[in-house]
Design a protein around this ligand. Structure first.
Ligand SMILES: [Zn+2]
Length: 524
């Protein structure tokens, strides 16, 4: 299968009809393609990134004017097809004597693994040996069609967690977060959804020729046995989209059967691959354009990609993922920054967008969970952006204080010796964040609409947030403490804890500051 010329991408068209298309067909205008329909959520995110990476590499607009032209009217399918054909030589999935997509240039020896090991959640060698694959069973996917195989390869190479000695992590570290700008208009085409995330050539150096500095499988692997690293300066910036930390080569095939993942019939399916450790060891100040990073204000540590989080993604991450969180150094991805500074203005009359964020929550080698979230983003002037950053920081900080006291006092209500109790309190945090989320975004939207010369946000918005925090804190406390079985109920302890919670809330410095701004100015 050739990823640039063959039909392999599962999609849905505007009239609801499913289809399997070739990449260039995303620009068809008659009954256009509106969405990818991958068989798993991590594949959905991977296919988006694979297509965005392809457009960025082979079809990047010269400048923002050209970007806008193609935003308003997608290119002719022939035009895109011609560009993709030029790079097709690099995108064979299976090539006996030649480069193959995201696979090692030459891998004569290595360990053979069943194809299901390409899937990130599949149990590792030690788990299998110890018979510990209770939750994610081995051998659920024994044969994969070429489409699922290509997607699984990309998913693994782009998210790769540490996989034991010398099995390298992805270019963004294991399980990075990806953030994609997404049109809210339900009739938006797949072309528009992808194009929103493609940078122009002024923002990202274009490819002069396609070689192994961009697509690493076109040349000998930069192996890392002797600790050799690969830093951004040693390859082309576009390499970021095509990181290949794992040495893999597809091997055993089977003919004419159904794929264990998508269920589609294929003439040829993959059952195994060969792999070896000490592949490319990415190190240095890598910045992937689709990922938010944490920057060290002292510039001592390298930028660190934001990861999927235990407890999920919520509004407490909103600032760092969509703008910039000055408290911890988190900063939106390069594509989101471009939207905030320029692109948002030029497309403001074609409807609103949101930010689609996703990634695994990795526990070292294990994928614990897959998270995705939609965050609101707004196009704002620089002054509005600064105002909103300040206000959102205040709101989130007040919520963080509240959740801290809530957690402590639920513990006091639950246990006679709360300081020694080792219960998992993350559920309490999660309930509080969830209970306050809708109000946060409602108020955020009001704040984002304020004119740029607004120095102080209106007192009623502060009052509303103060009331949300107070109400939901009490609500979560009551649900958590009074929901226990009557014999475990220690009412005295609960009443004492509840009183302590109230006192803490009203005497907290940050909450008091919020309350002060909640009073109308003349009364202040
Ligand atoms: Zn399949």
């Amino acid at each position: 299968m050739n990823l640039m010329t063959d039909h392999w991408i599962p999609v849905i068209r505007q009239n609801g009809q499913p289809d399997i298309i070739a990449l260039w067909q995303i620009t068809e205008v008659d009954n256009p393609v509106v969405e990818i329909t991958a068989s798993r959520p991590d594949f959905q995110g991977a296919l988006y990134q694979l297509l965005i990476g392809t457009l960025q590499t082979c079809f990047a607009p010269e400048d923002e004017d050209q970007w806008l032209d193609y935003w308003q009217q997608s290119p002719e399918p022939d035009e895109l097809q011609a560009c993709l054909e030029k790079v097709a030589f690099a995108f064979e999935l299976d090539a006996v004597d030649g480069p193959a997509f995201l696979q090692d240039f030459d891998l004569p020896d290595g360990e053979t693994k069943g194809i299901s090991a390409l899937l990130i959640e599949s149990p590792g060698g030690k788990t299998l040996k110890d018979n510990l694959d209770h939750f994610v069973k081995r051998d659920r996917a024994n044969q994969l069609c070429p489409s699922c195989t290509a997607t699984a390869l990309f998913t693994l190479q782009t998210n790769a967690p540490s996989g034991g000695v010398g099995h390298r992590v992805g270019l963004r570290g294991g399980g990075p977060l990806t953030s994609l700008i997404f049109p809210k208009d339900p009739s938006a085409t797949l072309w528009q959804k992808l194009w929103l995330n493609v940078l122009n050539q002024e923002e990202l150096e274009p490819a002069e020729k396609i070689d192994s500095s961009i697509l690493p499988w076109l040349g000998k692997t930069r192996v890392s046995e002797k600790g050799k690293i690969t830093s951004p300066a040693e390859v082309h910036p576009l390499h970021a989209y095509w990181g290949m930390p794992r040495r893999i080569r597809l091997t055993t095939k089977i003919a004419n059967t159904d794929c264990d993942l998508c269920g589609n019939h294929a003439e040829l399916l993959y059952q195994a691959y060969r792999t070896k450790n000490y592949g490319t060891n990415y190190d240095g100040a890598w910045i992937h354009p689709l990922t938010p990073y944490r920057f060290d204000s002292k510039k001592v540590n390298l930028p660190l990609s934001l990861k999927g989080q235990q407890g999920g993604l919520g509004y407490r991450h909103w600032l760092g993922i969509t703008l910039q969180d000055n408290d911890n150094g988190d900063k939106a991805s390069k594509t989101v920054q471009l939207y905030n500074q320029e692109r948002g203005r030029i497309i403001s009359d074609s409807g609103a967008v949101s930010l689609w964020c996703f990634g695994y929550d990795m526990d070292n080698m294990k994928a614990r969970c897959w998270y995705e979230s939609r965050f609101p983003i707004y196009y704002l002037s620089e002054m509005q952006r600064n105002n909103l950053t300040d206000w959102a920081t205040e709101f989130v900080n007040a919520a963080k204080e509240t959740v801290k006291m809530l957690r402590e006092e639920v513990k006091s209500a639950w246990f006679s010796h709360p300081k020694d109790a080792k219960g998992d309190m993350s559920q309490i945090d999660a309930q509080f964040w969830q209970a306050t989320e809708m109000d946060f975004y409602r108020l955020l939207e009001q704040l984002a609409m304020l004119p740029e010369d607004t120095r102080m946000a209106p007192s009623e918005i502060y009052a509303s947030w103060h009331e949300t925090l107070r109400k939901q804190m009490n609500h979560v406390f009551e649900t958590a403490t009074l929901a226990s079985t009557p014999e475990d109920l220690n009412l005295k302890r609960i009443v004492t804890a509840q009183k302590a919670l109230r006192i803490k809330f009203y005497s907290n410095k940050i909450i008091k500051a919020l309350k002060a701004k909640a009073k109308p100015e003349e009364a202040a």
